[in-house]
Write a protein that binds this ligand. Structure first.
Ligand SMILES: Cc1ncc(COP(=O)(O)O)c(C=O)c1O
Length: 472
């Protein structure tokens, strides 16, 4: 006996809950008595009693020789059933869960040399001195409860100055969000409904794919080349269908590292005007050039107000900060603020610390330092990648951003290589994560910014060993 209730009622209640909630699907088998008894560390009699009660209630049935199964629900349960579980989760459950898979890398392999995550790593954060701003901002917290829904006014003012774009002249045009992912979620929820078409580069950032798919959008992929999205293909698409929005990462694209040329940017804007197609420009990597500065943002070339601009501090400082922003024309920013209100506001402490960081002019020198660091780190990774050339492995040196997009010859299977390397203590991301459909993708993505130089060197040697062992 547990408490005053017999133990079997606990087992009975648990199973009944699982059946009625749909966790155990109709027709699915129940574990054999002995196995369940062992698993729950109770006697077999307890299980028999629980099963007998469930059977008497018509929730399960037994089939001679093959065990017990969940019954199609009896009218008493069946009539008012709403199936809300299945309904609520249907699009979410069918979309791949790459974000969770990626974030779990360090849980599964805590000591891994991490080329999988897309961030600046601990050393970026340390050299930024940002924690001092967090500490001093924490002391002001007593006077702040929530910031305004749209975001801390001072932070928005600094962002207007920092972006320095004719089109964004007022803090009223900025909405602070919990990372740019929330910004994209809000924008997409305003512009499109389930079933609507969303155009995007392919491959592309899996967080955006997961979001569109989970919201029930249909993704229209546009191929890319080294000049960015293929505008000729896009033109053909727009002549045939009416997408609700276009999402692009034109600068140091994730995962390819490619940057849209100035002429394509202009062509894209012309098409957007012609078809009144809103463009969501995700500019997460703009300030992380390794060589010269990139072409101007689409937003700064925008003459019709069709571009909705998205950026984040995740790549400039660290992703756990969860502060990003949207810049758009005033009416859209207002609508977005109404939508943002549904999740109240973005965290106060992060915004206060960022406002102080920008007020003190700390961002510019920080970026100069990290660009130099990343340049060195990229060079080390490239040096190793060059040695893989005889194996048929190819890459292009990115002009900025965080990644090497590495193509593999046919005989090297990306997922297998990833699993073999993970076992040896190195993780990276497989190319298929960046596609909207399940398909083999002979690419891997290596992030060169997360680990320090020595670790990059060690990790690349391990990949080299794995590749050599394969060959033998
Ligand atoms: C293109 C792009 N946009 C957005 C993000 C994520 O931004 P946030 O952390 O602000 O949601 C990433 C992260 O990998 C990215 O590559």
């Amino acid at each position: 006996m547990m408490g005053r209730k017999p133990i079997y009622t606990r087992v009975y209640n648990q199973l009944r809950y699982q059946i009625l909630s749909g966790e155990l699907a109709i027709g699915s088998p129940l574990p054999p008595e002995r196995k369940l008894a062992e698993q729950l560390e109770v006697s077999r009699n307890t299980i028999v009693r629980a099963y007998t009660e469930l059977e008497a209630e018509g929730l399960i049935f037994s089939r001679m020789g093959s065990g017990r199964f969940v019954e199609a629900l009896t009218p008493a349960y069946a009539s008012p059933r709403n199936h809300w579980h299945q309904r609520a989760y249907s699009t979410l459950a069918s979309a791949p869960s790459h974000m969770a898979e990626l974030l779990a890398v360090t849980d599964k392999y805590p000591d891994t040399i991490n080329f999988a995550h897309g961030d600046g790593g601990k050393h970026t954060l340390e050299s930024s001195g940002f924690s001092d701003y967090v500490k001093s901002s924490a002391e002001q917290l007593h006077s702040y409860y929530f910031t305004s829904v749209q975001g801390l006014p001072e932070l928005r003012e600094h962002l207007v100055d920092w972006m320095d774009m004719e089109q964004i002249s007022s803090s009223e045009q900025i909405v602070i969000t919990s990372g740019s992912q929330e910004g994209l979620f809000l924008i997409t929820s305003l512009l499109a409904r389930p079933g609507d078409l969303v155009v995007t580069e392919m491959p592309t950032y899996f967080g955006s794919l997961q979001l569109f798919q989970s919201l029930g959008m249909q993704i229209v992929p546009v191929p890319m080349d080294a000049e960015g999205m293929r505008i000729d293909v896009l033109e053909g698409i727009l002549a045939r269908c009416r997408p609700r929005m276009l999402y692009t990462v034109p600068t140091y694209h994730n995962p390819t590292g490619w940057t849209m040329s100035l002429s394509r940017r202009k062509q894209l804007l012309a098409l957007s005007e012609k078809y009144e197609l809103p463009i969501v420009e995700d500019d997460a990597y703009r300030h992380l050039h390794l060589e010269k500065e990139p072409p101007p943002s689409l937003k700064s070339l925008d003459q019709s107000g069709n571009v909705i601009y998205l950026n984040t501090f995740s790549k400039l400082l660290f992703p756990g900060l969860r502060v990003g922003w949207v810049a758009a024309n005033r009416p859209f920013a207002q609508l977005l603020t109404r939508m943002k209100e549904l999740s109240i506001t973005t965290n106060t402490l992060g915004q206060l610390a960022l406002a102080a960081f920008l007020r003190e002019g700390a961002l510019k020198p920080h970026l100069e330092v990290v660009r130099q660091q990343y340049r060195e780190q990229a060079a080390i990774m490239a040096g190793h990648l060059d040695r893989f050339f005889p194996l048929g492995i190819r890459y292009e040196h990115p002009a900025g951003g965080f990644y090497f997009w590495v193509s593999l010859p046919e005989e090297i299977h990306a997922r297998k290589l990833m699993n073999d390397c993970a076992k040896q203590g190195v993780s990276f991301t497989c190319g298929d994560m960046f596609l909207s459909r399940e398909a083999e993708q002979p690419f891997i993505r290596l992030c060169f910014t997360h680990e320090r130089s020595e670790q990059i060197d060690r990790g690349m040697r391990i990949i080299d060993d794995v590749l050599q062992t394969r060959k033998e």
